[in-house]
Design a protein around this ligand. Structure first.
Ligand SMILES: NC(=O)c1ccc[n+]([C@@H]2O[C@H](COP(=O)([O-])OP(=O)(O)OC[C@H]3O[C@@H](n4cnc5c(N)ncnc54)[C@H](OP(=O)(O)O)[C@@H]3O)[C@@H](O)[C@H]2O)c1
Length: 479
């Protein structure tokens, strides 16, 4: 196996994401020998931590996965800390000095990954100084990993993109959407295009509609201030839901190159039908906000910390989305996501048309979270003295051994970046088209009458209007 040589500089090393996900992901890569002696990480943030303290934090983050303490400590010894306020220009020169020293020590061949895990408002200042202070290498590669959200609307995303472009080429920018690192999202293309049975019927002639659901049981927790400016349409729909839609709808790429795959996704996102009036929006999009649960055990969104008592922020979104392309003419894609729903799951259902009246259409269910499964629902004659039909299920779920061997989202994505594989990262144009779709909805919501919130109790299945939306298609929502 190829052992990669690289230096990671992690901005936001004292943050929540680093402690909960990133150190563990990097440790797994170390345990699996993708990185080893020729790897080092510089963690930076403002807090005055030391190398030793960072190493303690790292060891604590990975403690549940350590099976060889000495090996884990050896891993942690590759971590260095430099206190740094990203607004302070001089500090970048200190970072560069440390980087050069570590490159020499670990023989990392000048390969540098800059992982920015802090507030998006700070992305441009960092990238500008990475270039300006000579922190970008001239020997190996420079790759930039950035966290979501990429802007708050198309305008701010555009501005951010312009600022990043000054310092990094598009093919050096790895925009993270961790849903694209999930095993059964990543494998969607193989499922679709490596099976003639699916490939040949995956079209408007045979598919009645598609349902994509990202349901959460949790409320806004302590993120009320962030959520007030985001709502579910920006938090989940603009990125994860539309990304999954593009993977379900895209044409087969001409090869496995990131450019080919991303171009096909862009083609779908660029042609999402834009609702052109409030009436069309109301016909096709449902927004909701949770009230207290019927038992009163869970409070209403408006009573959450840091949330306006009159808030009109949506915690639920469901939409019938059409794609203005001949190949998908008349095939709706229903997407929905919400907080404080009565289940936590991410699923895709592809509902095929019926072969004749009175016979249910076949359905393929892809379970992405928390369980992993493919379930295919077929019609089968009931065994006995009748020729009535019943629905049977053919299913596959990975076993425990397979699940344990499966990389976690961040592990998969960081490895892909190390390997220079952009397949599962968003191209700028994907982000831009996602924003265009959501911005249009936000604009029409402003023109529409004020929503009558709350309109669903916490821990329920969501607003009644969302059921009506799918019922018009002749179906119910599938979990
Ligand atoms: N947490 C998650 O589960 C999650 C999930 C998806 C995406 N994200 C995204 O990941 C990014 C980080 O999230 P997080 O939850 O880790 O945030 P966080 O816990 O608030 O951490 C922010 C980090 O930024 C550092 N920082 C803030 N201002 C700084 C400055 N001027 N100079 C240098 N460092 C500074 C903080 O350290 P100091 O205070 O020590 O400076 C801290 O390390 C965000 O873009 C977020 O949207 C997070």
């Amino acid at each position: 196996m190829e052992k990669h040589r690289l230096l990671i500089t992690l901005f936001g090393a004292t943050g929540d994401l680093a402690a909960r996900k990133l150190y563990l992901a990097i440790y797994r890569l170390y345990k699996n020998n993708y990185i080893s002696e020729h790897f080092a990480l510089i963690g930076t943030a403002r807090r005055p931590w030391t190398d030793d303290y960072l190493r303690e934090v790292v060891l604590n983050s990975i403690k549940d996965e350590i099976d060889d303490q000495a090996h884990a400590e050896e891993f942690a010894s590759h971590f260095y800390y430099q206190s740094h306020d990203v607004n302070d220009v001089d500090e970048y020169h200190n970072l560069q000095e440390l980087a050069l020293e570590l490159e020499e020590m670990y023989q990392t061949k000048g390969n540098r990954i800059f992982y920015i895990s802090l507030s998006p408002s700070l992305f441009p200042i960092i990238t500008q100084h990475i270039k300006g202070s000579g922190l970008a290498t001239e020997q190996g590669y420079n790759r930039l990993i950035i966290e979501k959200p990429f802007g708050n609307d198309l305008n701010s995303a555009n501005e951010l993109q312009e600022q990043l472009q000054v310092s990094f080429e598009e093919n050096e920018i790895y925009r993270i959407d961790h849903y694209l690192g999930k095993g059964f999202v990543k494998s969607l293309l193989n499922l679709r295009f490596s099976n003639i049975m699916l490939k040949s019927i995956w079209n408007k002639e045979n598919i009645d509609h598609v349902q994509i659901t990202l349901a959460e049981e949790v409320g806004v927790e302590d993120r009320g201030d962030y959520y007030e400016n985001s709502g579910v349409s920006k938090d989940m729909i603009q990125n994860h839901a539309l990304q999954m839609l593009s993977l379900v709808a895209m044409n087969e790429p001409k090869d496995d190159e990131p450019e080919s795959i991303r171009q096909e996704k862009i083609h779908i996102l660029k042609n999402l039908h834009q609702y052109d009036s409030v009436a069309e929006l109301q016909e096709n999009v449902v927004r909701g906000q949770y009230g207290a649960s019927e038992s009163n055990e869970y409070k209403a969104y408006r009573d959450e910390d840091k949330v306006d008592a009159e808030s009109t922020t949506e915690t639920y979104f469901a939409a019938k989305v059409l794609i203005d392309l001949p190949e998908w003419e008349g095939t709706p894609f229903f997407i929905r996501s919400g907080k404080r729903l009565n289940g936590k799951y991410t699923t895709i259902h592809v509902q095929f048309k019926a072969t004749k009246e009175g016979v249910p259409g076949n359905r393929l269910m892809i379970e992405i979270n928390p369980d992993l499964a493919y379930r295919l629902y077929l019609n089968q004659e009931t065994i006995g003295y009748t020729n009535e039909l019943k629905q049977i299920e053919l299913s596959y779920s990975p076993d425990e051994k397979e699940i344990n061997a499966m990389p976690a989202d961040y592990e998969r994505l960081i490895l892909a970046c190390i390997q220079g594989n952009l397949n599962n990262f968003n191209h700028w144009l994907e982000v831009a088209h996602d924003w265009k779709f959501v911005d249009n909805i936000q604009r029409l919501w402003k023109e529409a009458p004020k929503p009558d919130f709350p309109n669903y109790p916490a821990m329920s299945s969501g607003p009644k209007a969302a059921d009506d939306l799918i019922n018009k298609q002749g179906f119910d929502w599938f979990d």
